[in-house]
Design a protein around this ligand. Structure first.
Ligand code: HRO
Length: 309
């Protein structure tokens, strides 16, 4: 009912975790393996382990979350080694990479090539929380340079994690670049960067890094995520799958993203708030909606959003 394919990767369930929340340690990755999630996606890795930004750096709010983690992770070798430990769950294991430089990304990608238990690489071009570093995917020239270098050496299924775009010309410019490369997927969207959430009683910011500026997730970003999924579904070659992430906490939210064209959906903030049982929750809700509407598979309605008459 909920099975899907991302490029030639089969998922028994189109719902899995977003990179970031609850996917940094082997224990967290194993918990995802034991859950109803259709795949396991790691925290974005850098070449060497990182401690990340000072806390408080992640806070849940009534409408979602704000974070400025600063790319804390156990280093790429850890996530490469985890592949063998996770194979027994018999679901795709995808490694997210977010190198501090193009050279680091190329080195990490090269080391991932031989590991057959890594189904795909999700190259993160959109971390908003590294002081002094812009989000790569807001620099179109740099993005093209990175993808050309990556695909000169990569033979594994590879997709990119994109930031939200807000200007129709930007969607077209980005799609024109992405369509030049043998990408397996794009994941839309990363958090909306540099939001600000305040505790008005204490008259201070919720998080500490960057004077309180951090990436927004959850309800705050669902409408923007839907728009980005829809735009890239319409503008990219059909061989490039669109994976939806942003504001999904129910079967209805997942249904809406698939209606916009998503082949799979990722859960971030809601996973952080409710734990890995969220995959069974959202799967059951999505299945119920599909049954009520007479759909047997997600392909029966994927991308078929109509414009109001
Ligand atoms: O601060 C983070 O670690 C972080 N936080 C985000 O919201 N998106 C990202 O891609 C990353 Cl890498």
């Amino acid at each position: 009912m909920l099975q899907t394919k991302i490029a030639n990767i089969k998922l028994a369930n189109c719902i899995y975790n977003a990179s970031g929340p609850a996917c940094s340690s082997l224990e967290e990755l194993q918990a995802l393996g034991q859950s109803a999630a259709g795949a396991i996606l790691s925290k974005s890795a850098t070449l060497a382990p990182r401690a990340g930004n000072p806390a408080p750096r992640y806070v849940d709010t009534p409408w979602g979350s704000i974070n400025s983690m600063g790319l804390p992770n156990k280093g790429h070798a850890y996530y490469l080694a985890a592949a063998k430990e996770l194979a027994s769950f018999q679901k795709p294991y995808i490694v997210s990479l977010s190198g501090m430089s193009l050279a680091d990304n190329l080195k990490m990608i090269a080391e991932m090539q031989e590991e057959e238990n890594i189904a795909a690489i999700e190259l993160n071009l959109s971390c908003p929380n590294l002081p002094g570093k812009p989000q790569t995917a807001y620099d179109f020239e740099q993005t093209e340079k990175v993808l050309a270098a990556v695909f000169a050496q990569n033979n594994k299924p590879l997709g990119v994690k994109l930031p939200p775009y807000f200007d129709l010309l930007h969607f077209e410019q980005m799609a024109q670049i992405l369509n030049q490369f043998p990408l397996s997927f794009v994941s839309c969207i990363n958090s909306i960067g540099n939001g600000l959430v305040i505790d008005w009683e204490k008259e201070e910011t919720l998080i500490r890094p960057k004077d309180g500026f951090g990436g927004l997730g959850g309800d705050y970003i669902k409408a923007t995520a839907l728009a980005n999924v829809r735009q890239f579904y319409l503008l990219l070659r059909p061989e490039i799958s669109v994976v939806a992430v942003g504001g999904i906490k129910s079967g209805q939210d997942a249904f809406e993203h698939i209606l916009c064209g998503a082949k799979a959906v990722q859960i971030g903030t809601h996973l952080m708030k409710t734990g890995p049982s969220c995959f069974a929750q959202i799967s059951a809700e999505l299945t119920a909606i599909m049954q009520a509407k007479g759909y047997q598979s997600i392909e029966d309605f994927r991308g078929k959003l109509k414009t109001a008459a």
